[in-house]
Design a protein around this ligand. Structure first.
Ligand SMILES: *Cc1c(COP(=O)(O)O)cnc(C)c1O
Length: 232
């Protein structure tokens, strides 16, 4: 039987070889996406050495955090953000990858506790606009980045994107290249960024080739997600 620990070791080795082949030679971190996975699976991954976990749904994430306070997990919020949820998100996560409008950024900034480190944020970019409601359009990115960079309780780290799913590796590369170009354009404008959060279970090799520094992997690590979450 393949365990989470086996899969984790396999993914880490695959990341390492993709990283060695990438023209960017960048450090790559694995974010374990544990949405719809039971608490026992998170414990298993943590015991195998995984520290960064990503969740999409606030209430599910808070329930899991409450059951896992004994583990020093670094929690990342990666799901769509409703403005009435910004306070608990700002209080209970180290990172937010899915900031895509100024109002959300301002509310996160206001709600971030003063005794905590600044909230580490990525702007979600929409590079396939007809297919998704989430993400800022590339032409609006610089303005949003400028505004977010001035918020004292947020630390703008980079960009996140979720391209249209495809198993065609050329198409995967082409989509990630667009994100990379948005990122390079901000670097050229003087933004101090170090994070490109791109790549999921089916396309993380292509993402690493385009310079991903965080890959967000769920099903390749934990197995298929169950339709309903059972927290045990
Ligand atoms: C679910 C999800 C992932 C992980 O997807 P897998 O295909 O299971 O690896 C990554 N990022 C986001 C934003 C997600 O919602």
């Amino acid at each position: 039987m393949t365990t989470i620990s086996n899969r984790l070791q396999h993914i880490l080795a695959t990341i390492q070889s993709a990283q060695a082949m990438s023209e960017y030679q960048q450090p790559v971190k694995l974010l374990a996406v544990s949405k719809a996975q039971p608490i026992s699976a998170i414990r298993e991954a943590y015991t195998a050495g995984q520290i960064l976990f990503g969740e999409n749904y606030l209430q599910e994430a808070l329930d899991k955090q409450a059951a896992l306070t004994d583990l020093p997990i670094e929690w990342h919020f990666i799901g769509p953000i409703q403005s009435n949820k910004t306070q608990p998100i700002a209080q209970h996560f180290a990172w937010v990858h899915s900031v895509d409008r100024l109002k959300i950024a301002q509310r996160l900034n206001e709600a971030r506790p003063i005794d905590a480190a600044p909230l580490q944020v990525c702007i979600q970019v929409n590079i396939s606009n007809e297919n998704s409601k989430s993400g800022v359009l590339p032409q609006d990115l610089e303005l949003l980045a400028t505004a977010i960079a001035s918020l004292p309780r947020l630390k703008l780290r980079g960009l996140m994107a979720i391209p249209v799913p495809t198993l065609d590796t050329n198409q995967q590369q082409a989509q990630f290249k667009q994100v990379r170009q948005c990122y390079d354009a901000l670097l050229a404008k003087g933004f101090a960024l170090d994070t490109l959060s791109i790549g999921m279970s089916d396309d993380y090799l292509a993402a690493i080739a385009q310079g991903a520094t965080i890959v967000r992997i769920g099903s390749a690590l934990f197995g298929a997600r169950s339709a309903s979450v059972t927290n045990n």
